[in-house]
Design a protein around this ligand. Structure first.
Ligand SMILES: [Fe+2]
Ligand SMILES: [Fe+2]
Length: 267
């Protein structure tokens, strides 16, 4: 079987790309499951119930997240009831969101969970110890397990992939918004350091580049705005044996579009 994972969906341009292109991608890659990172869907900062609903309706089964998950106070109540959005499990505070979620389709289960890195990130407990605690609980349900390792440091993501190699189906990095070209299968575990960003790439990781440049060169605070050009869908497709949970193949996706409707594919 195959699952499609989309890197951080950024703002309205990212949402529109998914709405307009996802069904075609699922068909093209024969993907039975679709998971995406949700932390930037509402103007780059967190989510709202309305924006999440649009993406569920577009065909995403469940979401991983990251450090921006709780940016919007108005979404906290929604996160308490929506089980298909997984919170960073190793957050040190009582946090809103599901610990993990199990998608079930045609009798096949795929579990997803999110862990946030500790290096150059906010407060977080050990990704290794947290994984060890939750793993037996998930393994008792299914061997098909997707871990989103939401982290800044390449070394931390790669070390975690070796730590879990052979135990989970996939370890997929997110958070930097820049896709890496190091996809590989390690002892039955598909790995990539970062899946990239679905949204406007003519930007500094999703934000209008002139705003970031003004901020960085002047040192003065600036109000961020979502960029509106350089549309891309970034992600990976993982092929796995649903009986063993072992990954067989990981394929990187980096599609460029002329606009957020995805009218014309240029490469
Ligand atoms: Fe992000
Ligand atoms: Fe992040």
């Amino acid at each position: 079987m195959n699952f499609l994972f989309l890197g951080d969906i950024f703002g309205k341009p990212g949402r529109n790309l998914v709405r307009n292109q996802l069904s075609k991608l699922l068909k093209e890659f024969n993907a039975q499951f679709c998971v995406a990172n949700i932390e930037n869907i509402a103007q780059g900062r967190g989510l709202t119930e309305k924006t999440a609903r649009v993406l569920f309706e577009a065909g995403i089964d469940a979401f991983t997240s990251g450090n921006h998950l709780w940016d919007r106070r108005e979404s906290l109540e929604y996160l308490q009831s929506e089980k298909r959005i997984t919170k960073p499990l190793n957050s040190p505070t009582p946090a809103y969101g599901a610990e993990f979620y199990v998608i079930e389709k045609s009798g096949v289960k795929l579990a997803i969970l999110t862990l946030c890195g500790q290096t150059f990130m906010g407060p977080a407990n050990s990704i290794f110890a947290t994984f060890d605690t939750i793993y037996p609980k998930i393994k008792a349900i299914t061997s098909n397990i997707l871990v989103d390792i939401h982290a800044e440091a390449t070394a931390e993501k790669r070390a975690f992939a070796y730590y879990t190699a052979g135990k989970v189906t996939a370890v997929i990095g997110t958070h930097t918004h820049i896709q890496t070209a190091d996809e590989e299968v390690l002892d039955g575990t598909a790995y990539i350091t970062d899946a990239g960003m679905t949204g406007p790439h003519d930007s500094v990781i999703g934000v209008k580049k002139n705003i970031i440049l003004e901020k960085m060169t002047s040192g003065m605070p600036k109000r961020y705005e979502v960029a509106d050009s350089g549309m891309q869908i970034n992600g990976v497709v993982v092929t796995f044996d649903e009986n063993t949970g072992k990954a067989q193949k990981i394929q990187r996706i980096k599609r460029e579009y002329d606009d957020e409707l995805g009218k014309k594919i240029t490469c």
